[in-house]
Design a protein around this ligand. Structure first.
Ligand code: SAH
Length: 257
């Protein structure tokens, strides 16, 4: 966009590659009674594709300076709301829809906060997001790898995660410092933790100090009990959290009840 003062503080790097825009839009399939929520439409490059999919589209954009540009996109299935996504009442906006699809080239500085909000305040069917490559690697990391952490466990517990495409930093204006990846998160709980809050707390505690072992990070838990569950996986309290699989964390949490 010419004559636009891009705000780095709002993660404003707008997509200019039509190929990528098409790939994102074509990566998921909706019915007419579904809802697409776009987070941070910017100048509307992706929005223009999303409205063609047929269901209602609601966009949340924090920067009111984009009104001039976004109001040019007219479509009776489009509603653009100028608010901070982190502050909107998601339950209210999503009422009555069959399935919820969240899409966005996310402002990187709030990627995790956005995902936490989506998961805790709604029941998303799919989330298709562009995020910085390093963060995508953490989302998808397997046990025993450097990037595997509580975020990986949290997301892999809730979703199947697949890569849609890589996106070079040259596909944006202005050009950011890092490359990006588009990921698709599809709701799929393979195993259910009996008490999810307890499960989330367990993984947070287990990874609280990355270099320490489970015995140290889980001091406040019934260590004997945890040790005997770990033994059933041929592991013990000397392991670190990064050596424990999602399914093992679920089993530990369920035994703690
Ligand atoms: N989707 C567009 C723009 C991506 S840049 C494209 O791909 O071209 C990120 C966008 O998110 C910017 O428009 C920025 O203003 C917006 N944004 C940043 N923080 C936000 C927030 N908290 N809530 C809603 N939008 C936000």
């Amino acid at each position: 966009m010419r004559d636009f003062d891009y705000k780095k503080s709002l993660g404003q790097n707008f997509l200019i590659d039509n190929n990528i825009i098409k790939k994102i839009s074509e990566s998921f399939v909706v019915n007419s009674d579904d809802l697409i929520i776009e987070i941070g439409p910017g100048s509307g490059a992706l929005t223009k594709e999303l409205i063609k999919k047929g269901c209602n589209v609601i966009c949340f954009e924090i920067d009111t300076r984009l009104k001039d540009k976004l109001s040019l996109i007219e479509s009776n299935n489009l509603n653009i709301v100028y608010e901070d996504f982190l502050k909107v009442d998601l339950k209210e906006w999503t009422k009555g829809y069959k399935r919820l699809f969240f899409v966005g080239n996310l402002p990187y500085y709030i990627t995790t906060a956005i995902i936490n909000k989506i998961v805790s305040e709604s029941n998303p069917y799919e989330i298709v997001i562009m995020i910085q490559k390093e963060v995508a690697e953490r989302f998808m990391a397997s046990p025993n790898s450097r990037n595997y952490g509580s975020l990986s466990v949290f997301l892999q517990y809730n979703f199947d995660i697949t890569k849609v495409c890589n996106v070079s930093k040259n596909c944006f204006n202005p050009i950011p410092k890092v490359d990006s990846i588009v990921l698709k998160l599809t709701k799929n709980k393979k195993e259910q933790a009996n008490n999810e809050n307890q499960f989330y707390k367990l993984i947070k505690d287990a990874f609280s100090q990355k270099r320490k072992n489970l015995r140290n990070n889980l001091k406040c838990y019934d260590l004997d009990k945890i040790n005997s569950i770990l033994n059933t996986f041929n592991k013990d309290l000397s392991k670190r959290a990064e050596q424990i699989t999602v399914s093992e964390f679920v089993k530990i949490s369920n035994e703690l009840n």
